[in-house]
Design a protein around this ligand. Structure first.
Ligand code: ZN
Length: 417
């Protein structure tokens, strides 16, 4: 008698199994459902992170966030190493999770913000129907939470078909990543894919970013009394003004290069012909050859002077390099688009004028690693009190992040190295 109902139960289950198992095209929606279920948890993580002031260089806040991130990574099963990010305050936090497959992923974003101490008390984390607000909520604490909850979702599903997932949280992006850029470049070389979790302004992924350089112009003249012997002086401020006008068009609209003079200093006392003057400017570019062009054009232009016997110098200090438009990033964006279209959404591949740490991960002339930027949560108003994230983007972006790892683990890109 006992056997009979069991048999019946087995037959019942067998006959219903095909109906209960999700069809292949339902899998994306199942993952999206799981991502949606994670949203409250994601927001709790985000609130915890946003509620600590961690402006670049703020030792106490940076250390507090660091402790949370190390704990969270360890709880997710990562091996965690923490190394000083000198000369910056804080540490580079590196978590590693080993899988059973081949593909190696680097997921990275920064945990410093641009906001001073006391900002959290002034305008703490809050949310309304559509948005969440607070210092660094999008840039880039929303991205940190995105990484942590992507790992959590993968773990929940026992997905281990990746080779390695490495997480890097750095403390100094907002001031140029002096203490993390070498780590980023080094880690990037050891991975197949790099995802950077800066926030996109809309439903987009970023395939190219600008490089940032500082341009400098300095003039040496000769001091003299402005009232009794002006002719004995060589006015550095006047020469600087003349050169600034000569150097006003160093950018190139065709190549997307901009050069904007933003700071001038010169003169000390009203009755002294100034002996020195300097100017600084901001250069953005995405074509690597633009450094040489701007330097040689600038150097040529300053040969002609307004005031004889002044000395004029022009130089460019290299800053964050660009993520140059490349086939690897394009293919990653295509994969992302197709995964997004599986949940009925559009995703736009964009080039952006910001410079980000993705530039340090990019190796000119190769397609490895393939790099995708702005994998974070959709947000805007960065670096301002209006900064927010779009709550409706949390689940789809979480789905995107997780499904990219799953998809690339199962089927790698075909882009040549
Ligand atoms: Zn950022």
């Amino acid at each position: 008698m006992i056997g009979q109902p069991l048999k019946l139960a087995a037959a019942f289950m067998l006959s219903f199994t095909p109906l209960m198992a999700p069809a292949a095209d339902q899998i994306p929606n199942t993952l999206l459902d799981r991502a949606e279920a994670h949203q409250p948890d994601y927001l709790r993580t985000l609130e915890q992170l946003v509620s600590i002031d961690s402006g670049t260089g703020q030792e106490e806040g940076i250390a507090k966030v660091q402790t949370i991130l190390v704990d969270r990574l360890e709880a997710l099963g990562a091996d965690v190493s923490v190394t000083s990010a000198s000369p910056s305050v804080g540490s580079n936090i590196i978590g590693t999770i080993k899988g059973t497959g081949k593909a190696k992923f680097l997921l990275m974003v920064h945990y410093d913000t641009v906001f001073g101490p006391g900002t959290v008390i002034e305008r703490p984390f809050r949310k309304d129907e559509a948005r969440a607000y607070g210092p660094g909520v999008a840039d880039a604490k929303g991205g940190i939470a995105m990484i942590l909850h992507s790992l959590k979702l993968l773990k929940e599903q026992s997905f281990e078909q990746f080779g390695t997932i490495t997480v890097l949280f750095n403390p100094d992006e907002e001031t140029g990543s002096a203490g993390s850029k070498a780590v980023i470049a080094d880690l990037a070389r050891q991975h197949d894919y790099v995802f950077s979790y800066e926030p996109p302004e809309k439903e987009a992924v970023t395939v190219a970013t600008n490089g940032i350089n500082a341009v400098h112009l300095s003039v040496k003249g000769k001091a003299s009394h402005a009232g009794s012997a002006p002719e004995a002086g060589r006015n550095a401020v006047m020469e600087l003004a003349y050169q600034l006008v000569r150097l006003k068009d160093l950018g190139s609209p065709e190549k997307g290069t901009t050069v904007n003079w933003t700071i001038v200093r010169g003169g000390d006392k009203r009755n002294i012909i100034p002996a020195s003057a300097v100017a600084e400017g901001d250069m953005r570019y995405s074509d690597l050859s633009e450094y040489d062009r701007v330097l040689s054009e600038g150097t040529k232009l300053i040969q002609k002077k307004l005031i004889p016997d002044t000395e004029v110098m022009f130089r460019i200090d290299k800053g964050r390099p660009p993520l140059v438009s490349n086939p690897g990033s394009k293919q990653l964006a295509e994969r992302a688009q197709s995964l997004y279209s599986a949940i009925g959404r559009n995703l736009e591949p964009v080039a952006m004028r910001f410079g980000t740490d993705a530039g340090y991960a990019y190796i000119p002339g190769t397609n490895k690693p393939a790099i995708l930027e702005t994998m974070g949560v959709v947000g805007a108003g960065l670096h301002s009190p209006e900064e927010y994230i779009d709550l409706s983007s949390i689940a789809p972006r979480l789905y995107l992040s997780v499904s990219m790892i799953i998809s690339l683990s199962k089927k790698e890109l075909t882009v040549a190295e």
